[in-house]
Write a protein that binds this ligand. Sequence first.
Ligand SMILES: CC(C)(COP(=O)(O)OP(=O)(O)OC[C@H]1O[C@@H](n2cnc3c(N)ncnc32)[C@H](O)[C@@H]1OP(=O)(O)O)[C@@H](O)C(=O)NCCC(=O)NCCS
Length: 187
Amino acid sequence: MNLPMPPQPVIEARQLRLRPFVAADAPEVQRLAGDRRVAETTLAIPHPYPDGAAEAWIATHPVGWLAGREITYAIERRRDAALVGAIALLNVSAAHAHAEVGYWIGHDYWGQGLATEATRALLDFAENELGLTRIAGRCLARNPASARVMQKAGLRPEGCMVRHLEIGGVYEDVLLFGRVSPSRLAP
Ligand SMILES: CC(C)(COP(=O)(O)OP(=O)(O)OC[C@H]1O[C@@H](n2cnc3c(N)ncnc32)[C@H](O)[C@@H]1OP(=O)(O)O)[C@@H](O)C(=O)NCCC(=O)NCCS
């Protein structure tokens, strides 16, 4: 497989552009990710969203890219360059040719197919440019929109981790999904 090398490339899709975050995105990240409706079905977004957290998060991205471990993209709408969300390949393993996908979209932009388009574009990049032949995804069982996004992007349901997480005193089931390249399925 090809390991990621700098600079992190921009990925063009139909309505969207996936590009590296820049420090100037921080206020909009804080506004979008600071919305309770965005935070409540993710594990990674703190709520309330602290001042400085977006700047600190964006500063980690070049490190993740250079290490080939975590590849994070801003999701930008092409027609007006609006920042609409974020998507990442997480736990990237060159040795095992696999990674996980995670994403969020600002509430103003829900229901327009943007998460699906971004996921498809990132997964094609992961397979074609990085040689990652398995992408896993997971979501809370109470997050049917995310489950739907994964399935529309070609990830198949692989099971449920029952009561896998305890969040605020509530046990949560976690659904597993996976997309396996045909080359990996060949004998
Ligand atoms: C999950 C999320 C990324 C979806 O983003 P989006 O851009 O609205 O997604 P899309 O428009 O591409 O697709 C959403 C799909 O879910 C469906 N959907 C939405 N709410 C649903 C619900 N309550 N039950 C079932 N399906 C639902 C939509 O109808 C659509 O499917 P369709 O195209 O077949 O009609 C967005 O809601 C979000 O950011 N949520 C908060 C963060 C989060 O949960 N991230 C994922 C963590 S695993």
